[in-house]
Design a protein around this ligand. Sequence first.
Ligand code: C2O
Ligand code: CU
Ligand code: CU
Length: 570
Amino acid sequence: MKLTALLAGLVAACPLIAQNPMLLPAAIEGPEAVLTLAPGEHDFGSGIVAASLGANGPILGPTLIVEQGDAVSWSVVNGLTESTTMHWHGMHVSPANDGGPHSIIDPGETWNPQFTVLDEAGTYWYHPHLHMMTDMHVSKGIAGQIWVRDAEELALPLPRTYGEDEFPIVLQTKAFNAAGDIIAHSNSDTLLCVNATYDAHLSVPASVVRLHLLNGSSQRVFYVGRSGDAPFHLMATDGGLLTEAVELTRLRLAPGERAEVLVDCSDLAGESFAFMSYASELPNAVYGASQPGMGAGQTLTGYNPNPMNGGDFELFSVSVDAPTPAAAVFEIPTTLDPSNENPFAFSDASLQRNLFMNPLSMGPNALNGGFIINGAPFDMEVINYTIPLDNIEVWNITNSSPIGHPFHIHDVQFYILERNGVAPPVEERGRKDVVFIPAMQSAKFICQFSDFADPEIPYMYHCHMLVHEDQGMMGQFLVVDPAANDVANAQAPQGWTVYPNPATDMLRFADLPEYTTVEIRDLSGRLVARERLAAEQAVGVQSLAPGVYLAAAFDVHGVNLGTVRWTKSR
Ligand code: C2O
Ligand code: CU
Ligand code: CU
Protein backbone atom coordinates (compact mmCIF):
# COMPACT_ATOMS: atom_id res chain seq x y z
CA MET A 1 0.00 0.00 0.00
CA LYS A 2 1.07 3.55 -0.65
CA LEU A 3 1.52 4.61 2.93
CA THR A 4 3.99 7.35 2.09
CA ALA A 5 1.68 8.95 -0.47
CA LEU A 6 -1.11 8.81 2.04
CA LEU A 7 0.90 10.40 4.82
CA ALA A 8 2.22 13.14 2.59
CA GLY A 9 -1.32 14.38 2.17
CA LEU A 10 -2.08 14.65 5.85
CA VAL A 11 -2.03 18.09 7.37
CA ALA A 12 -3.95 17.61 10.58
CA ALA A 13 -2.25 15.64 13.30
CA CYS A 14 -3.18 12.07 12.46
CA PRO A 15 -1.47 9.04 13.88
CA LEU A 16 0.46 6.75 11.55
CA ILE A 17 -1.70 3.73 12.09
CA ALA A 18 -5.34 3.99 13.04
CA GLN A 19 -5.81 2.14 16.27
CA ASN A 20 -9.38 2.04 17.42
CA PRO A 21 -11.72 -0.56 15.96
CA MET A 22 -14.73 1.36 14.64
CA LEU A 23 -17.75 0.98 16.89
CA LEU A 24 -20.53 -0.95 15.17
CA PRO A 25 -24.02 0.08 16.33
CA ALA A 26 -26.40 -2.83 16.97
CA ALA A 27 -28.93 -3.57 14.24
CA ILE A 28 -32.65 -3.98 14.85
CA GLU A 29 -34.23 -5.71 11.91
CA GLY A 30 -37.99 -5.67 11.41
CA PRO A 31 -40.87 -3.29 12.03
CA GLU A 32 -40.74 -3.09 15.82
CA ALA A 33 -38.10 -1.26 17.79
CA VAL A 34 -37.72 0.44 21.14
CA LEU A 35 -35.28 3.31 21.45
CA THR A 36 -34.54 4.12 25.06
CA LEU A 37 -32.82 7.46 25.41
CA ALA A 38 -30.53 7.87 28.36
CA PRO A 39 -27.47 9.76 29.52
CA GLY A 40 -24.20 7.86 29.56
CA GLU A 41 -20.48 8.20 29.34
CA HIS A 42 -18.44 7.47 26.25
CA ASP A 43 -14.76 6.88 25.64
CA PHE A 44 -13.99 8.21 22.17
CA GLY A 45 -10.61 6.49 22.15
CA SER A 46 -8.79 9.80 21.98
CA GLY A 47 -8.11 10.08 25.68
CA ILE A 48 -11.44 11.86 26.01
CA VAL A 49 -14.16 10.27 28.11
CA ALA A 50 -17.22 12.50 28.05
CA ALA A 51 -20.77 12.63 29.32
CA SER A 52 -22.94 11.57 26.41
CA LEU A 53 -26.50 10.78 25.35
CA GLY A 54 -27.53 7.69 23.45
CA ALA A 55 -30.34 5.40 22.39
CA ASN A 56 -30.05 1.90 23.92
CA GLY A 57 -26.45 2.66 24.89
CA PRO A 58 -24.17 5.50 25.93
CA ILE A 59 -23.85 7.03 22.45
CA LEU A 60 -25.52 6.89 19.01
CA GLY A 61 -28.29 4.32 18.56
CA PRO A 62 -29.04 1.07 16.77
CA THR A 63 -29.40 0.86 13.01
CA LEU A 64 -33.08 0.25 12.25
CA ILE A 65 -33.56 -1.97 9.20
CA VAL A 66 -37.03 -2.12 7.67
CA GLU A 67 -38.67 -2.94 4.37
CA GLN A 68 -40.95 -0.83 2.26
CA GLY A 69 -44.52 -1.78 3.21
CA ASP A 70 -43.63 -2.70 6.80
CA ALA A 71 -46.13 -1.50 9.42
CA VAL A 72 -43.60 0.06 11.72
CA SER A 73 -44.10 0.59 15.44
CA TRP A 74 -41.21 2.45 17.01
CA SER A 75 -41.26 3.41 20.66
CA VAL A 76 -39.08 6.21 21.89
CA VAL A 77 -38.66 6.09 25.65
CA ASN A 78 -37.36 9.38 27.00
CA GLY A 79 -35.03 8.44 29.84
CA LEU A 80 -33.31 11.83 29.73
CA THR A 81 -33.75 14.50 32.34
CA GLU A 82 -35.08 16.90 29.71
CA SER A 83 -37.62 16.98 26.89
CA THR A 84 -36.69 16.03 23.36
CA THR A 85 -38.27 14.78 20.12
CA MET A 86 -37.30 12.09 17.60
CA HIS A 87 -37.37 12.78 13.89
CA TRP A 88 -37.13 10.15 11.13
CA HIS A 89 -35.04 12.23 8.77
CA GLY A 90 -35.91 11.70 5.11
CA MET A 91 -38.82 9.36 5.68
CA HIS A 92 -42.19 10.11 4.13
CA VAL A 93 -44.50 9.97 7.14
CA SER A 94 -47.46 11.97 8.40
CA PRO A 95 -46.74 15.18 10.36
CA ALA A 96 -47.91 13.49 13.58
CA ASN A 97 -45.34 10.72 13.07
CA ASP A 98 -42.53 12.96 11.83
CA GLY A 99 -41.13 13.88 15.24
CA GLY A 100 -40.52 17.55 14.52
CA PRO A 101 -40.28 20.26 17.19
CA HIS A 102 -44.03 20.09 17.91
CA SER A 103 -43.98 16.41 18.92
CA ILE A 104 -42.31 16.83 22.30
CA ILE A 105 -41.54 13.77 24.43
CA ASP A 106 -41.24 14.78 28.07
CA PRO A 107 -38.87 12.97 30.43
CA GLY A 108 -40.35 9.63 31.45
CA GLU A 109 -42.73 9.61 28.50
CA THR A 110 -42.88 7.14 25.63
CA TRP A 111 -43.79 8.20 22.11
CA ASN A 112 -44.99 5.46 19.80
CA PRO A 113 -45.37 6.45 16.16
CA GLN A 114 -46.85 3.77 13.89
CA PHE A 115 -46.85 4.01 10.15
CA THR A 116 -46.36 2.11 6.94
CA VAL A 117 -42.95 2.50 5.35
CA LEU A 118 -43.57 4.13 1.99
CA ASP A 119 -39.96 5.03 1.29
CA GLU A 120 -37.67 3.72 -1.40
CA ALA A 121 -34.62 1.71 -0.40
CA GLY A 122 -32.08 4.11 1.02
CA THR A 123 -30.31 5.41 4.09
CA TYR A 124 -32.39 7.56 6.40
CA TRP A 125 -31.57 8.55 9.95
CA TYR A 126 -33.08 9.56 13.24
CA HIS A 127 -32.16 12.38 15.56
CA PRO A 128 -33.79 14.68 18.11
CA HIS A 129 -35.40 17.86 16.80
CA LEU A 130 -36.39 19.96 19.80
CA HIS A 131 -36.30 23.63 18.85
CA MET A 132 -33.03 25.27 19.96
CA MET A 133 -31.77 22.00 21.43
CA THR A 134 -31.18 19.90 18.32
CA ASP A 135 -27.45 20.55 18.20
CA MET A 136 -27.00 19.73 21.89
CA HIS A 137 -28.93 16.47 21.73
CA VAL A 138 -27.28 15.31 18.49
CA SER A 139 -23.76 16.41 19.43
CA LYS A 140 -24.05 14.70 22.79
CA GLY A 141 -24.73 11.55 20.86
CA ILE A 142 -28.31 10.77 19.87
CA ALA A 143 -28.39 9.72 16.22
CA GLY A 144 -28.75 6.49 14.31
CA GLN A 145 -29.28 5.22 10.81
CA ILE A 146 -32.44 3.76 9.28
CA TRP A 147 -32.03 1.45 6.31
CA VAL A 148 -34.99 0.80 4.08
CA ARG A 149 -34.94 -2.17 1.71
CA ASP A 150 -37.37 -2.55 -1.16
CA ALA A 151 -38.05 -5.03 -3.94
CA GLU A 152 -35.73 -3.32 -6.44
CA GLU A 153 -32.88 -3.19 -3.92
CA LEU A 154 -33.39 -6.77 -2.77
CA ALA A 155 -33.28 -8.00 -6.38
CA LEU A 156 -29.80 -6.54 -6.90
CA PRO A 157 -26.57 -8.40 -6.10
CA LEU A 158 -25.47 -6.07 -3.28
CA PRO A 159 -23.59 -6.61 -0.03
CA ARG A 160 -26.03 -6.88 2.85
CA THR A 161 -24.36 -8.76 5.70
CA TYR A 162 -24.53 -6.32 8.60
CA GLY A 163 -21.16 -5.39 10.05
CA GLU A 164 -19.33 -7.69 7.65
CA ASP A 165 -19.69 -6.22 4.18
CA GLU A 166 -22.34 -3.57 4.89
CA PHE A 167 -21.70 -0.86 7.46
CA PRO A 168 -23.34 2.24 8.93
CA ILE A 169 -20.76 5.03 8.92
CA VAL A 170 -21.66 8.11 10.96
CA LEU A 171 -19.15 10.92 10.33
CA GLN A 172 -19.11 13.63 12.99
CA THR A 173 -16.94 16.28 14.50
CA LYS A 174 -17.41 17.34 18.09
CA ALA A 175 -16.44 20.32 20.20
CA PHE A 176 -15.51 20.23 23.88
CA ASN A 177 -15.13 22.86 26.59
CA ALA A 178 -12.14 23.08 28.92
CA ALA A 179 -13.85 20.75 31.39
CA GLY A 180 -14.09 18.07 28.69
CA ASP A 181 -17.85 18.31 28.11
CA ILE A 182 -19.32 18.08 24.63
CA ILE A 183 -20.68 21.50 23.68
CA ALA A 184 -23.10 22.69 21.03
CA HIS A 185 -23.15 25.88 18.95
CA SER A 186 -19.39 25.93 18.67
CA ASN A 187 -16.96 26.48 15.82
CA SER A 188 -14.21 24.63 17.71
CA ASP A 189 -15.16 21.17 16.51
CA THR A 190 -11.77 19.51 16.58
CA LEU A 191 -12.54 15.88 17.38
CA LEU A 192 -13.36 13.79 14.34
CA CYS A 193 -15.12 10.56 15.11
CA VAL A 194 -16.65 7.84 12.99
CA ASN A 195 -19.38 5.89 14.76
CA ALA A 196 -18.25 7.79 17.85
CA THR A 197 -14.74 6.35 17.47
CA TYR A 198 -11.71 8.60 17.25
CA ASP A 199 -8.99 7.38 14.88
CA ALA A 200 -11.26 4.62 13.64
CA HIS A 201 -10.26 1.51 11.81
CA LEU A 202 -12.50 -0.81 9.81
CA SER A 203 -11.61 -4.34 8.87
CA VAL A 204 -13.36 -5.56 5.68
CA PRO A 205 -13.42 -8.71 3.52
CA ALA A 206 -11.84 -9.01 0.08
CA SER A 207 -15.14 -8.42 -1.71
CA VAL A 208 -17.41 -5.50 -2.54
CA VAL A 209 -18.08 -3.46 0.60
CA ARG A 210 -21.10 -1.22 1.06
CA LEU A 211 -20.80 1.86 3.26
CA HIS A 212 -23.80 3.92 4.37
CA LEU A 213 -22.17 7.31 4.89
CA LEU A 214 -23.98 9.90 6.98
CA ASN A 215 -22.65 13.32 7.80
CA GLY A 216 -24.09 13.76 11.29
CA SER A 217 -21.93 16.77 12.16
CA SER A 218 -23.32 20.01 13.47
CA GLN A 219 -21.63 22.09 10.80
CA ARG A 220 -18.69 20.49 9.02
CA VAL A 221 -18.77 19.55 5.33
CA PHE A 222 -16.58 16.60 4.30
CA TYR A 223 -15.00 16.10 0.91
CA VAL A 224 -14.78 12.33 0.88
CA GLY A 225 -12.24 10.40 -1.15
CA ARG A 226 -9.94 7.43 -0.88
CA SER A 227 -6.21 7.64 -0.27
CA GLY A 228 -4.30 7.65 -3.52
CA ASP A 229 -7.42 8.95 -5.31
CA ALA A 230 -8.64 5.38 -5.76
CA PRO A 231 -12.23 5.22 -7.04
CA PHE A 232 -15.44 4.20 -5.30
CA HIS A 233 -18.99 3.95 -6.59
CA LEU A 234 -21.94 6.01 -5.43
CA MET A 235 -25.06 3.83 -5.43
CA ALA A 236 -27.62 5.85 -3.49
CA THR A 237 -28.24 9.42 -2.41
CA ASP A 238 -30.37 10.56 0.55
CA GLY A 239 -33.64 8.86 -0.32
CA GLY A 240 -33.04 6.21 -2.92
CA LEU A 241 -30.84 4.22 -5.25
CA LEU A 242 -29.42 5.96 -8.29
CA THR A 243 -30.53 4.66 -11.65
CA GLU A 244 -26.91 3.58 -12.24
CA ALA A 245 -23.81 3.42 -10.06
CA VAL A 246 -21.52 6.44 -10.54
CA GLU A 247 -17.76 6.06 -10.26
CA LEU A 248 -16.19 8.90 -8.26
CA THR A 249 -12.97 9.88 -6.55
CA ARG A 250 -14.53 12.72 -4.51
CA LEU A 251 -17.92 13.24 -2.90
CA ARG A 252 -18.99 16.32 -1.00
CA LEU A 253 -21.07 15.35 2.02
CA ALA A 254 -22.74 18.18 3.94
CA PRO A 255 -24.48 17.87 7.33
CA GLY A 256 -27.64 15.77 7.03
CA GLU A 257 -26.66 14.19 3.72
CA ARG A 258 -26.26 10.45 3.18
CA ALA A 259 -24.50 8.50 0.48
CA GLU A 260 -24.28 4.78 -0.04
CA VAL A 261 -20.99 3.84 -1.64
CA LEU A 262 -19.57 0.59 -2.88
CA VAL A 263 -15.87 -0.13 -2.68
CA ASP A 264 -14.46 -3.04 -4.61
CA CYS A 265 -11.95 -4.71 -2.29
CA SER A 266 -11.96 -8.05 -4.14
CA ASP A 267 -8.37 -7.66 -5.30
CA LEU A 268 -7.05 -5.94 -2.19
CA ALA A 269 -6.61 -8.86 0.23
CA GLY A 270 -3.98 -7.94 2.79
CA GLU A 271 -3.89 -4.29 1.78
CA SER A 272 -4.94 -1.14 3.60
CA PHE A 273 -6.23 2.25 2.54
CA ALA A 274 -7.99 5.22 4.06
CA PHE A 275 -11.09 7.26 3.55
CA MET A 276 -10.07 10.89 3.67
CA SER A 277 -11.67 14.27 3.74
CA TYR A 278 -9.81 16.36 1.20
CA ALA A 279 -10.87 19.59 2.85
CA SER A 280 -7.98 21.50 1.25
CA GLU A 281 -9.89 21.14 -2.03
CA LEU A 282 -13.10 22.67 -0.69
CA PRO A 283 -13.74 26.12 -2.13
CA ASN A 284 -13.97 29.06 0.27
CA ALA A 285 -17.22 29.69 2.07
CA VAL A 286 -17.81 26.02 2.84
CA TYR A 287 -17.57 25.13 6.55
CA GLY A 288 -14.45 22.99 6.49
CA ALA A 289 -12.50 25.03 3.92
CA SER A 290 -9.60 27.20 4.99
CA GLN A 291 -11.78 30.31 4.71
CA PRO A 292 -15.51 30.77 5.10
CA GLY A 293 -15.79 34.20 3.43
CA MET A 294 -15.87 34.71 -0.30
CA GLY A 295 -12.78 36.79 -0.95
CA ALA A 296 -9.14 36.08 -0.18
CA GLY A 297 -8.35 36.80 3.45
CA GLN A 298 -12.01 37.40 4.20
CA THR A 299 -12.38 35.12 7.15
CA LEU A 300 -15.23 35.24 9.62
CA THR A 301 -14.77 35.87 13.31
CA GLY A 302 -14.70 32.63 15.28
CA TYR A 303 -13.96 30.35 12.33
CA ASN A 304 -10.19 30.08 12.68
CA PRO A 305 -8.04 28.79 14.17
CA ASN A 306 -9.40 25.27 13.80
CA PRO A 307 -6.87 22.70 12.60
CA MET A 308 -9.56 20.87 10.65
CA ASN A 309 -10.36 23.87 8.46
CA GLY A 310 -8.65 23.62 5.12
CA GLY A 311 -6.46 20.65 5.88
CA ASP A 312 -6.81 17.12 4.50
CA PHE A 313 -7.40 14.49 7.16
CA GLU A 314 -8.17 10.83 7.49
CA LEU A 315 -11.77 9.88 8.24
CA PHE A 316 -11.00 6.22 8.93
CA SER A 317 -8.63 3.54 7.78
CA VAL A 318 -9.61 0.26 6.15
CA SER A 319 -7.72 -3.01 6.10
CA VAL A 320 -8.80 -5.87 3.85
CA ASP A 321 -8.31 -8.77 6.22
CA ALA A 322 -11.73 -9.89 7.46
CA PRO A 323 -13.36 -13.22 6.58
CA THR A 324 -15.56 -13.09 3.50
CA PRO A 325 -19.26 -13.51 4.31
CA ALA A 326 -21.17 -16.30 2.61
CA ALA A 327 -23.28 -13.84 0.65
CA ALA A 328 -20.33 -11.72 -0.50
CA VAL A 329 -20.50 -9.89 -3.82
CA PHE A 330 -17.51 -9.55 -6.11
CA GLU A 331 -18.75 -7.14 -8.72
CA ILE A 332 -20.32 -3.71 -8.58
CA PRO A 333 -23.67 -3.72 -10.38
CA THR A 334 -24.05 -0.97 -12.97
CA THR A 335 -27.81 -0.67 -13.32
CA LEU A 336 -29.49 0.01 -9.97
CA ASP A 337 -33.07 1.33 -9.92
CA PRO A 338 -34.13 2.92 -13.22
CA SER A 339 -37.57 3.68 -11.74
CA ASN A 340 -35.94 6.30 -9.51
CA GLU A 341 -35.39 8.64 -12.43
CA ASN A 342 -36.85 12.11 -11.84
CA PRO A 343 -40.49 11.80 -12.95
CA PHE A 344 -41.12 15.57 -12.92
CA ALA A 345 -40.53 18.26 -15.49
CA PHE A 346 -40.31 21.92 -14.52
CA SER A 347 -43.64 22.46 -16.26
CA ASP A 348 -45.39 19.99 -13.92
CA ALA A 349 -45.01 22.41 -11.03
CA SER A 350 -48.01 24.52 -10.15
CA LEU A 351 -45.83 27.11 -8.51
CA GLN A 352 -42.29 28.14 -7.63
CA ARG A 353 -41.41 29.31 -4.15
CA ASN A 354 -38.39 31.54 -3.68
CA LEU A 355 -36.43 31.24 -0.46
CA PHE A 356 -33.47 33.42 0.49
CA MET A 357 -30.89 32.53 3.09
CA ASN A 358 -29.37 35.51 4.88
CA PRO A 359 -27.14 36.20 7.86
CA LEU A 360 -28.72 38.31 10.57
CA SER A 361 -25.62 40.48 10.47
CA MET A 362 -23.62 40.76 7.25
CA GLY A 363 -19.87 41.27 7.60
CA PRO A 364 -17.13 39.57 9.60
CA ASN A 365 -19.48 38.56 12.39
CA ALA A 366 -21.92 36.76 10.11
CA LEU A 367 -21.00 33.35 11.47
CA ASN A 368 -21.91 34.22 15.03
CA GLY A 369 -25.09 36.22 14.61
CA GLY A 370 -27.36 33.53 13.24
CA PHE A 371 -28.97 33.08 9.85
CA ILE A 372 -32.57 33.39 8.69
CA ILE A 373 -34.77 32.40 5.77
CA ASN A 374 -36.81 35.03 3.93
CA GLY A 375 -36.05 37.72 6.47
CA ALA A 376 -37.51 36.07 9.55
CA PRO A 377 -36.28 33.66 12.18
CA PHE A 378 -38.25 30.50 12.95
CA ASP A 379 -41.39 31.00 15.02
CA MET A 380 -43.21 27.94 16.40
CA GLU A 381 -46.49 29.86 16.07
CA VAL A 382 -46.09 30.96 12.45
CA ILE A 383 -46.94 28.75 9.48
CA ASN A 384 -44.74 29.94 6.63
CA TYR A 385 -46.47 28.04 3.83
CA THR A 386 -49.73 26.18 3.38
CA ILE A 387 -49.44 23.62 0.62
CA PRO A 388 -52.39 21.84 -0.99
CA LEU A 389 -52.11 18.07 -0.83
CA ASP A 390 -50.54 16.57 -3.98
CA ASN A 391 -49.08 19.90 -5.12
CA ILE A 392 -46.01 19.66 -7.32
CA GLU A 393 -43.72 22.60 -6.57
CA VAL A 394 -40.34 24.01 -7.47
CA TRP A 395 -38.40 25.48 -4.58
CA ASN A 396 -35.74 27.96 -5.57
CA ILE A 397 -33.23 28.45 -2.76
CA THR A 398 -30.78 31.33 -2.95
CA ASN A 399 -27.94 31.63 -0.49
CA SER A 400 -27.15 35.31 0.05
CA SER A 401 -24.72 34.71 2.87
CA PRO A 402 -20.96 34.18 3.15
CA ILE A 403 -21.14 30.49 4.00
CA GLY A 404 -22.71 27.45 2.35
CA HIS A 405 -25.88 25.98 3.90
CA PRO A 406 -27.36 22.48 3.51
CA PHE A 407 -31.09 23.01 2.99
CA HIS A 408 -33.34 20.19 4.22
CA ILE A 409 -37.08 19.68 3.89
CA HIS A 410 -39.28 17.15 5.70
CA ASP A 411 -42.05 15.01 4.16
CA VAL A 412 -40.66 14.75 0.63
CA GLN A 413 -37.76 13.51 -1.44
CA PHE A 414 -36.94 16.00 -4.17
CA TYR A 415 -34.97 16.09 -7.39
CA ILE A 416 -32.46 18.88 -7.96
CA LEU A 417 -33.36 20.51 -11.28
CA GLU A 418 -30.69 23.17 -11.42
CA ARG A 419 -27.68 24.61 -9.69
CA ASN A 420 -27.12 28.22 -10.73
CA GLY A 421 -29.24 27.63 -13.80
CA VAL A 422 -27.59 24.42 -15.00
CA ALA A 423 -28.41 20.75 -14.46
CA PRO A 424 -26.68 19.22 -11.43
CA PRO A 425 -23.80 16.75 -11.77
CA VAL A 426 -24.81 13.13 -12.30
CA GLU A 427 -24.16 12.19 -8.65
CA GLU A 428 -26.83 14.70 -7.60
CA ARG A 429 -29.62 13.54 -9.90
CA GLY A 430 -31.12 11.02 -7.50
CA ARG A 431 -33.65 11.33 -4.71
CA LYS A 432 -32.56 13.92 -2.15
CA ASP A 433 -33.79 15.64 0.98
CA VAL A 434 -30.75 17.84 1.60
CA VAL A 435 -29.20 20.15 -0.97
CA PHE A 436 -25.99 21.98 -0.12
CA ILE A 437 -26.00 25.54 -1.43
CA PRO A 438 -22.60 27.27 -1.49
CA ALA A 439 -22.36 30.95 -0.66
CA MET A 440 -23.97 33.27 -3.21
CA GLN A 441 -25.31 30.36 -5.24
CA SER A 442 -28.75 28.95 -5.84
CA ALA A 443 -30.46 25.65 -6.50
CA LYS A 444 -33.93 24.62 -7.63
CA PHE A 445 -35.60 21.37 -6.73
CA ILE A 446 -38.94 19.82 -7.60
CA CYS A 447 -41.11 17.59 -5.43
CA GLN A 448 -44.67 16.53 -4.75
CA PHE A 449 -46.42 16.85 -1.38
CA SER A 450 -48.48 13.68 -1.53
CA ASP A 451 -50.22 11.32 0.88
CA PHE A 452 -50.21 13.21 4.16
CA ALA A 453 -52.28 16.22 5.08
CA ASP A 454 -52.75 17.65 8.53
CA PRO A 455 -54.48 20.93 9.24
CA GLU A 456 -52.56 21.44 12.47
CA ILE A 457 -49.14 19.81 12.66
CA PRO A 458 -46.56 21.31 10.31
CA TYR A 459 -43.49 19.90 8.62
CA MET A 460 -40.14 21.70 8.83
CA TYR A 461 -37.61 23.00 6.35
CA HIS A 462 -34.29 24.28 7.60
CA CYS A 463 -30.56 24.53 7.33
CA HIS A 464 -29.04 21.26 8.56
CA MET A 465 -26.10 23.03 10.16
CA LEU A 466 -27.57 22.43 13.58
CA VAL A 467 -26.29 25.69 15.01
CA HIS A 468 -28.11 27.59 12.29
CA GLU A 469 -31.26 25.52 12.68
CA ASP A 470 -31.32 26.11 16.44
CA GLN A 471 -30.77 29.83 15.93
CA GLY A 472 -33.83 30.07 13.71
CA MET A 473 -32.81 29.17 10.16
CA MET A 474 -35.98 27.14 9.84
CA GLY A 475 -39.55 27.46 8.67
CA GLN A 476 -42.63 25.26 8.68
CA PHE A 477 -45.42 24.34 6.32
CA LEU A 478 -48.79 22.67 6.53
CA VAL A 479 -49.97 20.27 3.90
CA VAL A 480 -53.75 20.59 3.73
CA ASP A 481 -56.33 18.50 1.95
CA PRO A 482 -58.87 20.96 0.64
CA ALA A 483 -61.39 18.12 0.22
CA ALA A 484 -61.13 17.06 3.86
CA ASN A 485 -61.76 20.57 5.13
CA ASP A 486 -64.62 21.31 2.81
CA VAL A 487 -67.49 20.45 5.12
CA ALA A 488 -70.20 21.26 2.60
CA ASN A 489 -68.71 19.08 -0.12
CA ALA A 490 -67.44 16.19 1.98
CA GLN A 491 -67.45 12.94 0.00
CA ALA A 492 -69.66 10.02 0.95
CA PRO A 493 -68.08 7.25 3.03
CA GLN A 494 -66.60 4.45 0.97
CA GLY A 495 -68.19 1.31 2.40
CA TRP A 496 -67.99 2.16 6.09
CA THR A 497 -70.23 3.66 8.70
CA VAL A 498 -70.46 4.81 12.33
CA TYR A 499 -72.74 3.60 15.13
CA PRO A 500 -74.55 4.27 17.37
CA ASN A 501 -75.92 7.42 15.88
CA PRO A 502 -76.67 9.47 17.90
CA ALA A 503 -73.70 8.55 20.11
CA THR A 504 -73.17 9.45 23.75
CA ASP A 505 -69.86 8.02 25.01
CA MET A 506 -68.24 6.06 22.20
CA LEU A 507 -68.52 6.57 18.49
CA ARG A 508 -67.83 3.21 16.83
CA PHE A 509 -66.64 2.60 13.30
CA ALA A 510 -67.53 -0.38 11.12
CA ASP A 511 -65.72 -1.75 8.09
CA LEU A 512 -62.69 0.55 8.07
CA PRO A 513 -59.27 -0.89 7.13
CA GLU A 514 -56.58 -1.36 9.76
CA TYR A 515 -54.70 1.71 10.96
CA THR A 516 -57.28 4.14 9.66
CA THR A 517 -57.04 7.63 11.10
CA VAL A 518 -60.32 9.36 11.86
CA GLU A 519 -60.90 13.06 12.26
CA ILE A 520 -63.93 14.52 13.96
CA ARG A 521 -64.92 18.08 13.08
CA ASP A 522 -67.74 20.35 14.02
CA LEU A 523 -69.80 21.93 11.26
CA SER A 524 -67.50 24.94 11.08
CA GLY A 525 -64.70 22.56 10.09
CA ARG A 526 -62.88 22.86 13.43
CA LEU A 527 -61.00 19.68 14.31
CA VAL A 528 -62.11 18.33 17.70
CA ALA A 529 -60.47 14.90 17.66
CA ARG A 530 -58.02 12.89 15.62
CA GLU A 531 -57.17 9.29 16.36
CA ARG A 532 -55.67 6.28 14.72
CA LEU A 533 -58.06 3.39 15.23
CA ALA A 534 -56.64 0.47 17.15
CA ALA A 535 -58.18 -2.99 17.44
CA GLU A 536 -61.20 -1.43 19.06
CA GLN A 537 -62.51 0.79 16.28
CA ALA A 538 -63.95 3.52 18.46
CA VAL A 539 -63.33 7.07 19.59
CA GLY A 540 -64.41 8.47 22.93
CA VAL A 541 -66.80 11.38 22.42
CA GLN A 542 -68.15 11.87 25.93
CA SER A 543 -66.51 15.28 26.30
CA LEU A 544 -67.96 16.76 23.10
CA ALA A 545 -70.79 19.25 23.34
CA PRO A 546 -74.09 17.87 21.99
CA GLY A 547 -74.63 18.69 18.33
CA VAL A 548 -73.95 17.57 14.78
CA TYR A 549 -70.41 16.51 13.84
CA LEU A 550 -68.55 15.03 10.90
CA ALA A 551 -66.26 12.02 11.04
CA ALA A 552 -63.73 11.66 8.21
CA ALA A 553 -61.49 8.65 7.69
CA PHE A 554 -58.04 8.43 6.10
CA ASP A 555 -56.13 5.29 5.26
CA VAL A 556 -52.44 4.79 6.08
CA HIS A 557 -51.49 6.69 2.95
CA GLY A 558 -53.60 9.65 4.00
CA VAL A 559 -56.17 8.92 1.30
CA ASN A 560 -59.56 10.34 2.23
CA LEU A 561 -62.11 7.52 2.67
CA GLY A 562 -65.04 9.88 2.97
CA THR A 563 -67.05 11.58 5.69
CA VAL A 564 -70.07 10.63 7.80
CA ARG A 565 -72.40 13.05 9.55
CA TRP A 566 -73.39 11.99 13.06
CA THR A 567 -75.01 13.42 16.15
CA LYS A 568 -73.63 13.63 19.63
CA SER A 569 -76.34 13.35 22.26
CA ARG A 570 -76.27 13.81 25.98
CU1 C2O B 1 -32.47 15.91 9.99
CU2 C2O B 1 -35.43 18.53 10.29
O1 C2O B 1 -33.95 17.23 10.18
CU1 CU C 1 -35.65 15.78 8.41
CU1 CU D 1 -26.83 27.19 7.66
